[in-house]
Design a protein around this ligand. Structure first.
Ligand SMILES: Nc1ncnc2c1ncn2[C@@H]1O[C@H](COP(=O)(O)OP(=O)(O)OP(=O)(O)O)[C@@H](O)[C@H]1O
Ligand SMILES: [Mg+2]
Length: 412
């Protein structure tokens, strides 16, 4: 067999196996990272349910698989590279032996043999470089495959090709024949709804009814499967995403705090705001008092030990952030956790200030919040089943009436 063909055979074998091994490495590291992040992120739950040993076991298992995949790919690489050099050396040895014999026989001059051996080395050296390069190429190829999967993912809400400019939104929201499914199963069914500018609407309903989903559609985190959601009569799909985000803001159930100071967290709502505006916003929603009482005031690091903000305080920070952002339409997914009475009062007062002069959609889990609203929508299994003022719905004694009675009883 000529030397070249053995090398091709070796390269073919390597290519076939190394691509698989490097893919196995990428798959394994993903599992290690996921397990690691989940275990540490949910460390309280891990302790509370005594899952330490089991989580450790799972971690050792995925980590073991990662190690095995690495050993596999390294073994392949360390067979291939030296294999190529070994072939080079063997060929040289064979040439020297046979050539030496011919020189002794007088059929070949020493000069020709020397030249031949030197040429042979020139032939094999680039082969060795190539084998090293090829190994790196295979590893990078496997990584690129994973990366391409992420990059190719199309955004759920594409930017319109020719966006409608929205300088100053009025804040009218409408659902026109909206049906929506996250995947196949529809979550919202043919919803028609008009919310005039400045109205405060409370969404109530059982868990899983589709309230958060409606909020996400208004904020355009998703587009409807059928029908359209409009802001000031314009389909949200044709409004520039930046304009839309400025006009519509959502405060979520998990009033999220980013690492940094309390001030940074407030400025997140409108990074170009001045410090005075930021403090004014905190004052407006009544967050100023507890913030100035913190060890470093607005400069306090929210992740510092001993500065854990309470649920009510986090809500107030989230409200002040939204107040500073000053959107025309505010969507609030109220936290389900109950607050103690003084915090509850504080939060309700802040809420009234925050909502003044805006269109608001509040997913209400508390009676006190529903009472602020001009209008209540009862959502059931993806449909609006009742729609009216809180007083009218209470008088009707339907679903909202039952819910209201249950709330009142829970307070007594
Ligand atoms: N990201 C998602 N992907 C797939 N299905 C989802 C997603 N979010 C919600 N769902 C499904 O959509 C339905 C409605 O959920 P949604 O979160 O809107 O309910 P909700 O009324 O806000 O409930 P809750 O009062 O518990 O917050 C549920 O059946 C839920 O399983
Ligand atoms: Mg929800």
């Amino acid at each position: 067999m000529p030397p070249g063909s053995r090398q091709f055979a070796l390269t073919w074998w390597f290519r076939h196996n190394s691509a698989r091994s490097y893919r196995a490495v990428r798959r394994a590291i993903v599992l290690v990272i996921v397990q690691y992040v989940e275990s540490l992120g949910g460390i309280r739950a891990v302790h509370a349910f005594r899952r330490e040993a089991r989580n450790q076991e799972i971690f050792e298992d995925v980590n073991g698989r990662y190690r095995d995949a690495n050993i596999w790919s390294n073994r392949l690489a360390s067979t291939f590279g030296p294999g190529i050099s070994l072939l080079g050396r063997l060929t040289t040895a064979a040439v020297l032996l046979f050539g030496g014999y011919l020189v002794v026989q007088g059929q070949l001059t020493l000069g020709v043999l020397t030249a031949f051996v030197l040429y042979l080395r020139q032939f094999f050296e680039p082969m060795q470089d190539l084998s090293q390069f090829y190994n790196i190429f295979q590893a990078a190829g496997a990584a690129l495959e994973k990366l391409a999967g992420v990059i190719e993912e199309a955004p759920t809400v594409p930017e319109p090709a020719s966006p409608v400019r929205l300088m100053q939104a009025r804040g009218e929201i409408a659902f026109e024949g909206v049906t929506f499914a996250y995947r196949e199963k529809p979550v919202l069914h043919d919803i028609n709804l008009e919310i005039p500018a400045g109205q405060i609407v409370a969404l109530v309903g059982e868990t899983g009814a589709g309230k958060t989903t409606m909020a996400r559609l208004i904020a355009r985190f998703y587009d409807p499967t059928v029908g359209r959601v409009t802001l000031d009569g314009v389909d949200e799909r044709s409004i520039g995403v930046a304009d839309l985000r400025r006009a519509v803001a959502m405060v979520t159930q998990e009033s999220f705090l980013f690492s940094g100071t309390v001030g940074d967290n407030l400025m997140f709502g409108r990074p170009e705001a001045t410090r005075e505006e930021m403090i004014a916003a905190a004052r407006a929603v009544g967050a100023d008092e507890f913030i100035t009482a913190l060890p470093g005031g607005y400069e306090t690091d929210v992740r510092r030990r001993g500065v854990r903000l309470s649920a009510g305080q986090r809500q107030l920070v989230a409200f002040a952030r939204a107040f500073l952002a000053d959107p025309r339409v505010l969507i609030l997914d109220e936290a389900t956790s109950s607050l103690d009475l003084p915090s509850e009062r504080l939060v309700q007062r802040a809420l009234r200030t925050l909502l003044r002069g805006r269109t608001a959609v509040i997913i209400a889990h508390r009676l006190s919040t529903v009472e602020i609203a001009d209008r209540v929508l009862v959502i059931d299994a993806g449909r609006v089943v009742e729609d009216g003022t809180p007083t009218a719905l209470r008088a009707e004694g339907g679903r909202y009436g039952d819910l209201h009675n249950a709330w009142v009883e829970s307070l007594a």
